[in-house]
Design a binder for this molecule. Structure first.
Ligand SMILES: C[S@@+](CC[C@H](N)C(=O)[O-])C[C@H]1O[C@@H](n2cnc3c(N)ncnc32)[C@H](O)[C@@H]1O
Ligand code: SF4
Length: 362
């Protein structure tokens, strides 16, 4: 049964120079988009009581609380449902945050990226560091008890010291969750065609990552997924749905979902979505082998790794036997390690995870 829903809000007031996520500055399309989104949800949602609902973007905080409420009203959820909204710090004030809480939102994910004003300007963020600090304090005053900050490492002109100081400041602010993403420039973003000077090389990015893992551990944040850290009890329940290879709805332009064994992706053109929100860009019923490979890929993202008895039961295989050669090879190279339940990456393994995981493919 599907217990989670991702809802894509594809609007941004301006584009950050590093970002290739599907989002548009065409705010005049907002009303028509929300109508099409409601149609798509009403058509596919089967009425399950959801455990998690996640508004991602783009910039969901561009929406009025009443617009978010109109979407939430279509779903069944209860007081334990984790309802997250990704917010840009410059959108938030006390009144807005109070209204979000009133309609049931109980988790905020704020895009901070860096606490250095020079860097924020260079990457074309609309806010400065002070506004992030202020947004966190306002959210805490309003009553939010589950706040996450996103950071990017490997930004132009960013040093290890700056990055580690940002992390210490975040912990001091009292947030419950931190996500760290290594800068990756993909086609379509401004920096891909206007590469700035002073970009961190791969070795520096690796040092930033490994240093952050050490530091956050000392500051009592649990490293529970490759890019995610939290205080005890504050894992992102929604994102764990993905890493546990459970099914979820994906609604909105460019959203991906996994329902009844079918992985699907919605179309990426907003005008097309508005005129027909039911067309899919891709849709594929996964074979048992494909499901198993996804279970391995996603499971290894969790720091506790994969659970072999669960996999054996679910796929009716002897995992150790089937993958003995790969497991032995990477254990000997100290890239994966045995755990009480199965296997997980070592810190060095995370850095070359793509190479290791490719060896599990049929
Ligand atoms: C989908 S974005 C939406 C968040 C929100 N719009 C914001 O920017 O505050 C989620 C996060 O992805 C990360 N991100 C986006 N583009 C990235 C890139 N090219 N490399 C690494 N991380 C990236 C940023 O940390 C961002 O906060
Ligand atoms: S990082 Fe966030 S605000 Fe910036 S362009 Fe991407 S989705 Fe929009």
């Amino acid at each position: 049964m599907v217990k989670s829903a991702y809802i894509h809000i594809p609007f941004c007031r301006s584009k950050c120079h590093y970002c290739s996520f599907v989002s548009f500055c065409k705010l005049d399309l907002k009303k028509d988009y929300l109508k099409a989104l409601a149609k798509e949800i009403t058509n596919s949602y089967q009425g399950e009581v959801l455990n998690t609902i996640y508004f991602g973007g783009g910039t969901p905080s561009i929406l009025e609380p009443s617009e978010i409420e109109n979407i939430l009203r279509i779903f069944k959820f209860n007081k334990d449902t984790e309802i997250t909204i990704e917010c840009n710090p410059d959108d938030l004030d006390y009144g807005y945050l109070r209204m979000l809480l009133d309609i049931g939102v109980n988790r905020l994910s704020l895009g901070c990226q860096s606490f250095d004003d020079g860097i924020l300007k260079q990457i074309n963020r609309r806010h400065n560091a002070g506004q992030v600090v202020n947004a966190v304090k306002l959210a805490q005053d309003a009553g939010f008890k589950n706040i996450s900050l996103d950071f990017i490492y490997g930004l132009p002109n960013q040093t290890l010291e700056m990055f580690f100081k940002d992390l210490k400041n975040s912990v001091r602010l009292g947030v419950q969750h931190i996500s760290l993403y290594g800068l990756k420039l993909e086609e379509g973003c401004y920096f891909a065609s206007h590469m700035p000077d002073n970009m961190a090389d791969d070795d520096t990015q690796a040092d930033m990552y490994l240093g952050a893992v050490e530091l956050l551990k000392k500051l009592e944040f649990e490293h529970y997924e490759v890019s995610n850290f939290s205080r005890r009890g504050f894992y992102s329940k929604h994102n764990l749905t993905y890493w546990n290879n459970e099914e979820y709805y994906g609604f909105g332009v460019a959203a991906h979902g996994y329902v009844n064994g079918v992985r699907y992706g919605n179309i990426e053109k907003i005008e097309q979505f508005i005129s027909d929100p039911y067309i899919k860009k891709e849709s594929k019923l996964l074979t048992k082998q494909e499901q198993l490979e996804e279970e391995i890929f996603l499971g290894f993202r969790k720091m506790r790794g994969i659970n072999i008895s669960e996999i054996n039961f679910k796929y009716n295989i002897d995992f150790r036997e089937k993958y003995r050669e790969v497991l032995d090879k990477y254990e000997n190279l100290n890239l994966i390690q045995k755990t009480p339940q199965g296997y997980s990456f070592t810190p060095n393994g995370i850095l070359v995870s793509n190479v290791v995981l490719a060896d599990f493919l049929d």
